[in-house]
Write a protein that binds this ligand. Structure first.
Ligand code: NAD
Length: 528
């Protein structure tokens, strides 16, 4: 299915519409409790933020943004391409080499980041509304968890700014040659960074990239996803308000095949940090070879959740349900591949069906539902196609499996396929929807269980559920995955490194590991 992604995207680009189209429809169809500030923001066409100025609002080519809960257009942004990326890179280069950013002392850089964190909280309601309308995610979840995480992550890296130091090296060559050498290292920003982010959790994923890059002293050309750029576009305004000098953060709105591809291939960009699908990640690597820019990738997943026979099922079953329904399964860490010991198999399936069938489905903006819509018609079509594939492969559908046709928008029921096996496409491929596959195992051998969990090309996230913590630790050690939870799934934290083994990515974000890719080390040796 992924091979069709490019042609699907091009079809989407065909739906661009000219800038003079009226937007009365958008305003009329917004939920009642959208605040006046957010209404005003949505009513304006947003361009690109380049060298401290908004440009391109009058562009011919615009991207129409639909509310996933209704399918109706609520806002528009400009569709930039190579020309805008060129301007943004030039601005970022000037700011890196000549602007106040390059000469700013660390304490002042830290102060700007701390200020940005405060503004994220201060404008958290606006950001939550925008992200909820744009992606369909729960507004309350965004306000209560997403905003706090974004602000905490910004503060985490603000704290690092004044602690980025090199080393003094004891140089053995000095003694060997009888000469006095002083060797020390300095840490320098990698340079101009291209950052390309997806539509699921856009604010959080952007901050995960932006905050360490700014802490390191880099300058940035950022491209939000064409499906959900609103909160990230709003954030660019907050960054300017926080005192970030012109040219340090530049934002280009646009499609992946145009603006994104221009960033990945640009000879003036020193590193590209990408979060998105594994297929596009491979395209990024190919595009980056021209100037051998550094590449870090946060890609797809098909994360196993392993239930051992002694698991505390009162805790585990609701957590399994949450792990696949959070963000309607549109989460790279989604626990989409459940592996259950035969002794507890029926009990687990019964418990999951009961919870999933009781979940309420509705617009994320209400903040009252367990499951929101899928981001787009394209994504819904893809998820429904996988349900058909699962049926065709002989997996046993025990709940869900249907689009909520009685509702507007892109709602799909939480779905469970039992009795799956490792050859099935629904088990091997990332679906990115609320579709759980369940496999039974009878072995008590941890190596065999780990081998089952390690099947497939991904290695992003995993969890192990057991009352026997020794077993939990041993199994966690055998699982090839960037993060493993023991009696918890997907516990993200600003200080905890995050990233993937195998085809789930290159490098880590968050924590100290997330800062390193934005720093070069220079060794300086002085003959005294
Ligand atoms: P996607 O790969 O289609 O798009 C991601 C971003 O890349 C978008 O901004 C898009 O415009 C851009 N892009 C698309 N084609 C491009 C190209 N040829 N060159 C440069 N940029 C291009 O992914 P998506 O559908 O937006 O997001 C879903 C995917 O992201 C899933 O596979 C999910 O697992 C993954 N993801 C991973 C993480 C992680 O941290 N590992 C987090 C969130 C999402």
């Amino acid at each position: 299915m992924k091979n069709t992604a490019t042609s699907e995207r091009m079809a989407q680009e065909d739906r661009e519409f000219p800038g003079d189209q009226p937007d009365a429809l958008a305003q009329a169809t917004l939920p009642e409790n959208v605040s006046p500030e957010v209404r005003e923001f949505l009513s304006r066409t947003h361009g690109h933020f380049i060298d401290g100025t908004w440009v391109g609002e009058d562009a011919e080519q615009l991207i129409a943004l639909a509310d996933p809960a209704t399918g109706l257009v609520i806002a528009r942004v400009a569709s930039g391409g190579k020309a805008e990326v060129d301007q943004a890179v030039a601005a970022a280069r000037r700011a890196l080499e000549n602007g106040p950013w390059s000469s700013m002392v660390p304490a002042e850089r830290a102060r700007i980041l701390f200020r940005l964190a405060d503004l994220i909280e201060e404008y958290g309601d606006q950001l939550s509304q925008l992200e909820s309308l744009d992606t369909g995610m729960s507004r309350t979840m965004m306000r209560d968890i997403g905003i706090r995480l974004a602000a905490d992550q910004t503060r985490y890296y603000a704290g690092w700014v004044t602690k980025i130091n090199g080393d003094a090296i004891t140089n053995s060559r000095a003694r060997a040659t009888g000469r006095d050498f002083l060797t020390y290292t300095v840490r320098e920003p990698v340079g101009v960074i291209g950052q390309i982010v997806p539509w699921n959790f856009p604010l959080g994923i952007t901050i995960q990239k932006l905050a360490p890059a700014l802490a390191a002293g880099c300058t940035i050309v950022l491209k939000p996803a064409e499906e959900a750029p609103l909160s990230v576009t709003y954030l660019a305004g907050l960054a300017a308000k926080a005192g970030l000098p012109s040219g340090v953060l530049n934002l280009v709105n646009g499609y992946g095949t145009t603006a994104g591809a221009a960033i990945a291939a640009h000879p003036g960009i020193d590193k590209v940090a990408f979060t998105g699908s594994t297929d596009v990640g491979k395209e990024i690597i190919r595009a980056a070879t021209g100037n051998l820019k550094r590449v870090s990738l946060e890609l797809g997943g098909k994360s196993p959740v392993v239930l051992l026979p002694d698991a505390d099922l009162d805790q585990a079953i609701p957590a399994v349900a949450r792990a696949i329904t959070f963000l309607s399964g549109q989460n790279c860490m989604a626990g989409s591949r459940l592996l259950v010991h035969t002794d507890i198999y029926d009990q687990v399936l019964d418990g999951l069906v009961e919870i999933m069938e009781a979940m309420s489905i509705g617009p994320g903006f209400d903040g009252a539902h367990d499951i929101g819509p899928l981001i787009s018609e394209r994504q819904m079509t893809r998820v429904l196609a996988y349900i058909d594939i699962g049926m065709g492969e002989g997996a046993r559908l025990i709940t869900g499996g249907r689009r909520k046709t009685e509702m507007p928008g892109h709602f799909v029921e939480p779905t469970i396929f039992a009795d799956c096996n490792s050859d099935m496409r629904i088990v091997r491929e990332e679906i990115f929807g609320p579709i759980l596959t369940v496999q039974k195992f009878s072995s008590d051998d941890l190596d065999e269980i780990a081998a089952l969990a390690n099947e497939g090309v991904f290695g992003l996230s995993a969890s192990v559920w057991t009352r026997d913590l020794s077993k939990g630790h041993l199994l966690a050690g055998k699982i090839k995955s960037g993060q493993v939870g023991i009696n918890v799934h997907a516990a993200v934290d600003p200080a905890t490194p995050f990233g993937g083994f195998k085809q789930s990515g290159w490098g880590r974000e968050s924590g100290r590991d997330g800062l390193e890719p934005y720093l070069e080390t220079k060794a300086i040796t002085v003959h005294l």
